[in-house]
Design a protein around this ligand. Structure first.
Ligand code: ATP
Ligand code: SKM
Ligand code: MG
Length: 173
């Protein structure tokens, strides 16, 4: 059965896209990112989808992209930061090896900055990020068997920690 080796979840700026590429290189597998899949399907950047069609329309595209990637991809998979908001997606993730990349507001703020490519953080990014995390932290914790703090760690350190945790999880099976 085809299934991702590992699925990364976490808020904007936790490093899902960055770390997934490092993990895939280390494991010698392909990397896939549902944000890129949504953009390819829509033929537009995520910011434009939010502005033109609204968040609900984006979430519908995201739900379909996540379902397809979970069924088709056998490498490392990075999910969009809000993919866990969908209950059906969370139920699917129960069957997968999911890693939650934790990050504090202090560490995330300089990473996401005022980047306009993150529509949910427009306005006051720090306040938006905190509100978003208060709602999502329990959801990330619910779906992930492994949590890795990324504060004060380089992307290489985070990838190495995940590889070690995956090795321990496989040895325990
Ligand atoms: N451990 C880290 N330490 C410092 N900077 C990092 C770390 N991980 C990622 N970054 C930087 O933070 C920024 C955001 O990283 P990235 O795009 O990988 O996050 P993401 O979780 O995929 O966000 P999104 O949910 O918006 O897709 C990038 O500029 C990246 O280089
Ligand atoms: O946290 C979120 O809700 C988002 C994160 C990004 O990965 C994108 O999926 C989009 O900008 C929404
Ligand atoms: Mg990303």
């Amino acid at each position: 059965m085809t299934r991702p080796r590992v699925v990364l979840v976490g808020p904007p700026g936790s490093g899902k896209t960055t770390v997934s590429a490092l993990l895939a290189a280390a494991l010698g597998v392909d990397v896939r990112d549902t944000d890129a899949d949504v953009e390819a399907t829509a033929g537009r950047p995520i910011t434009e989808i939010f502005v033109d069609d609204g968040e609900d329309a984006f979430r519908d595209l995201e739900r379909a992209a996540v379902a397809a990637a979970l069924a088709e991809h056998d490498g490392v998979l990075a999910l969009g930061g809000g993919a866990v908001l969908d209950a059906g997606t969370r139920a699917k993730l129960a069957e997968h090896t999911v890693v939650y990349l934790e990050v504090s507001l202090t560490s995330a703020a300089p990473r996401v900055g005022l980047d306009r490519s993150r529509p949910l953080l427009l306005g006051n990014p720090r306040a938006q990020w905190k509100k978003l995390m208060d709602a999502r932290r329990p959801l990330y914790e619910e779906v992930a068997a492994i949590s890795v703090s990324t504060d004060s760690k380089s992307p290489d350190d985070v990838a190495a920690e995940i590889l070690a945790a995956l090795g321990r999880a496989e040895a325990a099976r």
